[in-house]
Design a binder for this molecule. Sequence first.
Ligand code: F6P
Length: 472
Amino acid sequence: MPRLITISNRLPISVKVVNENFVYTTSVGGLATGLSSTDAVKENFWVGWPGSTIDSQKEQTDLKEKLNQDNMQPVFLTDHEYENFYEGFSNKTIWPLFHYFTQYTIYKKSFWEYYKKVNQLYCDEVKKIAQPGDIFWVHDYQLMLLPGMLREVFPDATIGFFLHIPFPSYEIFRTLPWRKEILLGILGADLVGFHTYDYMRHFLSAATRIMDFNHHLGRINLPNRVVEVDSFPMGIDYDKFANAVYEKATIKEIIELRQQLGKNKIILSVDRLDYSKGILERILAFERFLGKYPEYQEQVTLLVILVPSRAGVEQYAHLKEQIDEAVGRINGKYNTLRWTPIFYFYRGLPFHTLAAIYYMSDVALITPLRDGMNLIAKEYIASKTDQTGVLILSEMAGAAKELTEAIHVNPNDMHDIVRAIHKALTMPQQEQISRNAAMQQTLKRYNVKRWSEVFMERLGEARQATEKVKQK
Ligand code: F6P
C-alpha cells in the first residue's frame, strides 16, 4: 500500500518552546481540524511548519526527532521567512486577492522571492522522507508552487493539490504579476481540487486565458501528461460533533453556560479573527436588530468568539480594535443590570466548550464576505442533535452551495441580516427540524473521510490517465 505524504503550511499541531520545554497545542483553522480526522492521514506522513520560529539547532533536532515518531516532518522557518512568506506573500498578497480584497493586496517582489524560497524548502523536506511509490497531497494557497517543484524531482509521482480558499475570477487573478508561475506550479499536480464548481471554473478560465491551455470537461491536456480539475466540497468529522453532546465534559459545560446566560436566546458568532469573515458587519447588524426590534432587548444575547489569527498583519490588528470598540459601544448603549447584549471571547475554546456552545445556540450567524468553504456552519448543524436551531449563512461561503436549507443572506446587506435574524428567532420549531434534518443527511453522508477518499480515488484515476497518454 503506498504511503500518503500530506503537505500543508502548518502541521496539525503547533509547538512552542517555553522554558526550554516543548509545549504542544492543536492548530486552528479548517484545514488542520478537518484533515486530522481522516484515517489515511493518521497512518501516513505529514510535512509542515510547527507554528513558531525555533532557531536553536539543538531544539530543531530534538523536535524533529519527536515529531518523526508521530510521522510528522517539520519545516523550520526563520523570522525573515515567516515575515515574507507567511505574513507577506501568503497573507498580504494571495489571501486578500483570492478573497476579493484587492484594496489590501500588496504586490511586492521580495514577498514573491521568499514564497519561492519557502516552497523550495518544503520540497527539500519532502525529498528527505520520500520513498518510491509515495503519493503526495499538497494543500492550500501557501504552497501553490510545490506541486510543480515536486514534479521536477519526481516526474512520475502521483501528486494532488487542494485549494482550501476561493479561486477568484479571472479578472481578479490576472492582476497578480506572478500569475503564470502560480498556475504552472499548481498544474504540476495530477489532480487539482476546489471546494466548489465556481472556483474550479475560475481556475480553468485563468489557465485557458493566461496560459492558452485548453480543457475538456475539466481535463487539461499538457504535452506529456494530463491534469484533472474538479470540485470536492470538504466535509467534517460528523460523528465527532454529533456525539459530543452526549459526553460528560460537554454536558458539564452546557449546565455552566446555561447558568451564566440565563434563559436568553443565544445567537452565535464564531470565527478566526479575519476581515474576510464579516465579523464587524455582523455585530453592527445585531446592533441594528436591537434598535429595530426593541422587544428582543433582554431576550437575546450575541455570543462572539474570536480565535486570534495573523495578529502581525496590519488589517487583522486594526479589525480587532474596531471589533473591541463596537462591542464596548453596543454593550454600553444597551446593557442593563440583568443583561449584557454581547458576550465576547478573544481566544480559542476547548473542543467540549465549543460543542456545548453549538448545541445551546438558537441561531448561528455565519456571514463571511468571502469564504472558501466554512466548516463552522457544518459543525453547528452536526451538533444540533435535537434538530432545533437556525443557521443563517452567507451566500458568499462555499458551504452555502450544499447547505441550501439554511437562511441565506448577502453579508454586505445589513437589512438582509437583520431580517434573517428576525426570521430565525421566529421560525416555528417544526420548520427548524425539517431544515436541519435535510442538512444533517447531506453532512453525514459526505463527511471528511468520504471527502478524502473521493479525492484519493480521483487522484489515482488522474494518474492512470497520464500513464495511458505516455504509452501512446
Ligand atoms: O483554510 C485556510 C487557512 O489558511 C488554512 O490553510 C489554515 O490552516 C487556516 O486557514 C488558518 O490559517 P493560519 O494557518 O494562517 O493560521
